[in-house]
Design a protein around this ligand. Structure first.
Ligand code: ADP
Length: 454
């Protein structure tokens, strides 16, 4: 219980406020001890001395009449003793809080002593002074009726502090609740995420640090959710991509077990098995390449090389794929020297030109153009092939994406080629875009910095 943040906030508040109030009360009382005493005692003593002086200068009956008319009698009670048993009293006789005076005290004052009753160390509740009249020594006792005003102020202050403390505690109970609630929500959300639920809504509309934290948290949940979706898609894609060649491998292997097979059939089945095994191997190779690229920091090997030469070499290397299908190339390759990772860029052009060949009709034409400005080189690979639908254009760079799965059966491939291309181009500090019209052709545009920034 004490471990909960709510309890801690409330306890810290109470301890600091109560402790602080008590400490400051003691420090203030100690520091103001002298002035406080004087402030509270002096008026009463002075008043007693003034009344005594009246009796010393005026005849007793005149002094009595004068004192009986004093308006201070509403706050003070005055008693004049001639002897311990004979006294005159002024002010309300049965007023509340009138002090009892012992005959011992009367005797002491009559014999010339001054007395002060000082019950709480701060205020005087009774003062007794001797004075002389023509008829002999007398004693005057004055006591404040009820609480003296300063004592009243003190009591009021004390009450005020207690009420302030209680009200403050109630307010902090409510405030702590609102303070701690977002944190509790965040904790709950963390637990749900740990359990694999990414549909958490925090509903924290606060501003300030907690609001910022909540918004960053929501952003993190969204990204985690996307990652989780990507992970699931990835697993299902890999399984799917592996499953279909495996099914055909096992199907043809079973068929090979038949005894009555012509040599021709046997070779055809074996070729299919070899081809499908090759597909799996290619896919795992691409996946490894992609994961290596994703783990790579953008600090790549950068060596200057002739881009135009590299592109020509790639076209020649792919000759077996285009020559038979009578695909023609139109090359516009000015002399360009580029600093970059040669091997990785080789892969980019192989994939792009390979795709252009794959999706071109027989007898089609592919144009490769290189343009440079001060700092950027742009390579365009344009074909007149099947094209890509507008809704698929952005997705072609996703892993395993094939624009039309049914149609793509005709075209071999795992859907990883462009993901690898995009990753390499990004690592080289460049960009890739696609322009295409369904049935008309596709152009991939790669822009690379001539000398990538450090
Ligand atoms: P794959 O290995 O299947 O070719 P890619 O990542 O290279 O995978 O391409 C993803 C998808 O993008 C392809 O399946 C195809 O649908 C589409 N695509 C890529 N290049 C072209 C192109 N030149 N013309 C038409 N469609 C293309």
């Amino acid at each position: 219980m004490i471990r909960s943040l709510y309890t801690r906030v409330v306890l810290i508040f109470l301890v600091s406020v109560i402790g602080g109030t008590l400490l400051s009360f003691f420090i203030a009382t100690w520091a103001f001890r002298e002035p406080l005493n004087e402030n509270l005692q002096i008026p009463l003593v002075h008043f007693a001395q003034d009344v005594a002086r009246i009796y010393e200068v005026l005849p007793t009956d005149e002094a009595d009449a004068f004192v009986a008319g004093m308006h201070q009698l509403s706050s003070y009670h005055i008693r004049i003793y001639e002897s311990p048993d004979v006294f005159r009293s002024f002010g309300q006789l049965d007023g509340e809080g009138i002090a009892d005076i012992t005959s011992e005290e009367v005797r002491r004052v009559l014999s010339g002593e001054k007395i002060q009753r000082n019950p709480n160390g701060l205020t005087i509740s009774l003062v007794g002074l001797p004075f002389e009249t023509k008829t002999g020594s007398q004693a005057i006792f004055i006591d404040p009726m009820g609480s003296p005003s300063s004592l009243f102020v003190l009591k009021w202050l004390l009450n005020f502090s207690v009420y302030a403390l209680v009200a403050g505690s109630l307010v902090i109970l409510a405030a702590a609740y609102f303070l701690v609630r977002p944190i509790q929500k965040l904790t709950g959300a963390t637990r749900r995420i740990a359990e694999g639920h990414f549909d958490v809504k925090l509903d924290i509309r606060q501003k300030g640090e907690l609001g910022t934290l909540a918004r960053s948290f929501e952003q993190m949940i969204r990204e985690l959710g996307q990652l989780e979706t990507m992970r699931r898609d990835f697993v299902s894609n890999v399984s799917h991509e592996v499953q279909s060649p495996l099914t055909s491998i096992s199907g043809y292997a079973v068929a090979l077990k038949q005894v009555k097979l012509s040599e021709e059939q046997r070779i055809r089945y074996l070729d299919i098995i070899i081809g499908e095994a090759g597909r799996i191997s290619k896919m795992s190779d691409s996946l490894l390449k992609l994961s290596a690229l994703e783990a790579q920091s953008p600090q790549l090997r950068r060596e200057p090389f002739q881009l135009d030469e590299q592109l020509r070499r790639v076209v020649i290397a792919l000759q077996p794929q285009w020559q038979e299908r009578q695909i023609a190339f139109e090359l516009d390759l000015p002399d360009v020297r580029l600093a970059g990772d040669r091997d990785q860029l080789d892969q980019v052009w192989t994939n792009l030109i390979g795709n252009a060949i794959k999706f071109s009709p027989d007898g089609g034409q592919i144009a490769i153009r290189v343009e440079t400005d001060e700092s950027i080189v742009t390579v365009r690979v344009a074909d007149q092939g099947i094209g890509i639908a507008p809704e698929d254009r952005e997705r072609v760079f996703e892993r395993f994406f094939k624009a039309d799965r049914a149609r793509s059966r005709k075209y071999e491939g795992s859907g990883l080629g462009l993901a690898i291309v995009k990753q390499i181009v990004t690592l080289q500090g460049g960009e890739i875009a696609v322009e295409s019209e369904l049935g008309q052709g596709t152009t991939f545009v790669v822009s690379l910095p001539l000398a990538p920034p450090n």
